[in-house]
Design a protein around this ligand. Structure first.
Ligand SMILES: Nc1ncnc2c1ncn2[C@@H]1O[C@H](COP(=O)(O)OP(=O)(O)O)[C@@H](O)[C@H]1O
Ligand SMILES: [Mg+2]
Length: 211
């Protein structure tokens, strides 16, 4: 079953936001999608509580239960798993990467975030999984920052995802309400960025058809 791990050793880089938006976009595209929340803070699960019974499904589990939890969701008909992970959670991140077909590493283009990227790169390089840095919260007209960060990521043996997320109020506003950007601002840039990311990711995962 196609499985995406969202990892980054840095808190606030946008892991949970990315996991929930990607999973919800896939669910709107008729994929039965499950978010597995490995973060003890359970932010994704809290978002699911605020949201109520809408898709996607969200479950929490400790890292040692990840494999069996994935198997259980698969038996229940899940077609796509997105794993959200805590920062500083080496075991969680390692288990998530091991389970994944695609690893996404959201990163803000700032010095300390790039420093944290080194630790994350080390972690994913062992697993030999396709891993892409997704630049998050990119300010307008930041072409130079994007180019520099891309070069830095490549120096660490990582690739840069072709899609970046801008600094967009819709990401923040929607998450607080148990929603996603496309639900609060369907025509907005955040919604378009998420859609572009899902179209690209489904290609990486070999998922047929177009949403
Ligand atoms: N592209 C973005 N634009 C605006 N706010 C964002 C963006 N990505 C994340 N945020 C906000 O940044 C904060 C941290 O994001 P979060 O997804 O919780 O990070 P992590 O899970 O890596 O700790 C949240 O308040 C979230 O709403
Ligand atoms: Mg989080």
């Amino acid at each position: 079953m196609p499985t995406v791990a969202i990892v980054s050793q840095k808190g606030g880089s946008g892991k949970t936001t990315l996991a929930l938006h990607l999973a919800t976009c896939a669910a709107y595209g008729d994929m039965q999608t499950c978010v597995i929340d490995l973060d003890p803070q359970a932010t994704a699960a809290a978002w699911g509580d605020w949201r109520g019974d809408f898709l996607p499904k969200i479950v929490t589990c400790p890292p040692v239960r990840l494999h069996s939890t994935i198997q259980k969701t698969q038996r229940e008909g899940t077609g796509l798993v997105v794993i959200d992970t805590p920062p500083h959670g080496d075991t969680a991140a390692r288990e998530a990467v091991r389970a994944a077909d695609l690893v996404l590493i959201p990163t803000r283009a700032r010095a300390f975030d790039l420093h944290a990227l080194e630790a994350t790169a080390e972690l994913v390089s062992y697993a030999g999984k396709p891993a892409f840095v997704l630049l998050n919260g990119v300010p307008p007209r930041a072409t130079r920052i994007v180019a520099e960060t891309g070069a830095f990521a490549e120096g660490l043996g990582l690739k840069l995802s072709p899609v970046t997320f801008g600094e967009r109020a819709a990401f923040h506003r929607s998450s607080r309400a148990g929603e996603v950007a496309s639900e609060v601002d369907p025509q907005g840039k955040a919604a378009a960025e998420v859609d572009a990311l899902w179209q690209w990711a489904r290609g990486q995962l070999g998922i047929e058809g177009s949403a």
